[in-house]
Each structure stands twice: as C-alpha cells, then as structure tokens.
Design a protein around this ligand. Structure first.
Ligand code: KIV
Length: 307
C-alpha cells in the first residue's frame, strides 16, 4: 500500500493512503522556534487576524500558524476611520476572547497607538497587561530603527516582539495616507536598514506592509527571521490578511492586495433576510422549534375537562 505524508508547516499534515487524501491539523502549539524553522525549511507561514472567540476557534480549526489580534479591529470591528483611536483596553478585551479559543496557534497582539513611545516602564507595563491578562504570546510594534532600542529591552525582559515596517497604519497622518512604501531608492534602503535593526533588536518576525515585491524579497533574504507580508508579494516567508477583508465580513475596503476568499457578508444578509420574512409570514417558529407540555402537565394546568 502506498502511503504518502506531506507536511505544510507545524500545523497541517496531509496523508494520502488507499486513494484518499486526509488533512489533519496538528495539536502541537506553534512557537517562535517552530516559526523560525518554517523559514529555514521554506514552508510558508499562514497568519490571519481575529478579534473574538468564535473567529479564533474557526481560524485555528482551519490550521493557521499565527493569529494576529491586530489594531485593525478599530476599523473592521469598532467602526473607526483609522487605528489611532484604539486603546490598550480595546486590545486587552479582544485578546482575552481570542486566547480563550486559540490553543495551538501563536497569538500576537498589536500594541496600539502611543502605548510604546513613552518611558520604558510604561511600555513594559503595557506589554505586561497584554501578556499577563490577555494571555497573548507576543506583541507587535510598528516602526523601524527608531524603536529598536525599546524592542531590545522588551526582548531582554522575555517578551517576544514582532516588528512591522513599510506602511505602518498608526502613522497614517505622517505618511499622508495609506500608500505603498519604499518605491523610492532612499526609502527602500531605509526599509532594508530598518529590517536589519529590528532583527538585531531581537524580533522573532517582521510584518512588511505594502512594499514592492522585489524589495520584500531583498529584505526577506537579508534577515534570518521570518517576514510576514501583506501587500508585499510572494517572496515573504509568510502572509497575513485581515479576516474581515478576505471574507467580506462587513468590510468595504478592497485594496489591491486583498484576495476575497468568501462572502460572509452576503451569507449573513441572506440568512437574516430569510429570518425576517419567516417571522413576518408566521412560518418561524415551526413546531420543531417549539416546546410542548407533557399531557399530565396540561391536565394540571387546565384541569381534566379543559385539555
Ligand atoms: O492591525 C493589523 O491587522 C495589522 C495587519 C494588517 C498586519 O497590523
């Protein structure tokens, strides 16, 4: 009998036996070392955002290696126009829900706007809240060499940090909008320099957002830690997408880099419209959705003669 085993990273294994292809998701928790090994073995890392318990449960079941509780939640869940109004409490609230569900995937949480630019004590305290109360495994911080020293201190304190360069949404007003970064040679050189500074500071991975694919390739070849791309082409060591964008779940954003994998929004509107129609025409609830009394209880309620 021919049995073929294929591995797709630490999370997903495919087994082909007796003409049947079976996919199993490993229960072994993903760690910073297993993510590093994936880069070494050139196994692409799949990352997705999640902000609540059911989503985290479902994306973990699907087999993602990493869940990002991104501050994008400000836009796709809380309805803000940018990520700037998101607070540490918002992040904590959503991180707690995600970590209650995620048992295997590596959960990383964004440190929100200006929660890591004060003194070291306040930065450490903020990161500690997300890890001790939120139970996140790591934090993500936007910025390059200018925050390398802070990152290095967090890493020395035992906190795994993921970097984030290129388009950094918390700096949207300084950048003048959500635009591709690193198209000019000087900007591109700065991004390569930033990635190396982050690696030297001890990050375990770096998000590259909205940079030309060739630049992302150069950065990915120049650092030993995994690069996770969003709008950064196929040469990154992994990819991340925002759950609500890729499944059209109430998100109206459709940047070029988002591929739509499903339409949860349509499913929801269709389901709820059907429900409204059935409530209005009386076909819901039907008998099978209703409880009945046992005969003896009816007798007790109405008396023998009044069944
Ligand atoms: O907040 C977020 O979801 C992110 C990803 C877009 C990388 O930072």
């Amino acid at each position: 009998m021919n049995v073929y085993m294929m591995s797709f990273g630490p999370a997903i294994k495919m087994k082909f036996a007796k003409g049947v292809l079976k996919m199993t998701v490993s229960s072994k928790p993903v760690t910073t070392s297993s993510l590093l090994k994936m880069k070494e073995k050139k196994e692409p890392i799949a990352v997705i955002t999640a902000y609540d318990y059911p989503t985290a449960m479902l994306v973990e079941k699907a087999g993602v290696e990493m869940i990002l509780v991104g501050d994008s939640l400000g836009m796709v869940v809380l309805g803000y126009e940018s990520t700037i109004p998101v607070t540490l409490n918002d992040m904590l609230h959503h991180t707690k829900a995600v970590t209650r569900a995620a048992k295997r995937a590596f959960v990383v949480v964004d440190m929100p706007f200006l929660t890591y630019h004060g003194n070291l004590d306040s930065t450490l305290r903020n990161a500690a809240i997300l890890m001790q109360e939120g139970l996140a495994k790591a934090v993500k911080m936007e910025g390059g060499s200018e925050i390398a020293e802070t990152i290095s201190k967090l890493v020395q304190a035992g906190i795994p940090v993921m970097g984030h360069i290129g388009l950094t949404p918390q700096a949207v007003h300084r950048l003048g909008g959500y635009k591709v970064q690193g198209r000019e040679p000087a900007e591109a050189r700065k991004l390569v320099h930033d990635a190396i500074a982050l690696e030297q500071a001890g990050v375990f991975a770096i998000v590259l957002e909205c940079v030309p694919a060739d630049l992302a390739k150069k950065i990915s070849e120049n650092v030993s830690v995994p690069t996770i791309g969003i709008g950064a082409g196929v040469h990154c060591d992994g990819q991340v997408l925002v759950f609500h964008d890729m499944l059209q779940y109430g998100s109206t954003l459709s940047p070029k880099f988002v591929k739509v994998y499903g339409n949860a929004g349509n499913e929801i509107v269709n389901g709820v419209s059907k429900y409204i129609k059935e409530v209005k025409n009386g076909s819901f609830p039907a008998l099978e959705h209703s409880y009945t009394f046992h005969t003896d209880k009816i007798q007790q309620l109405y008396g023998e003669g009044n069944k």
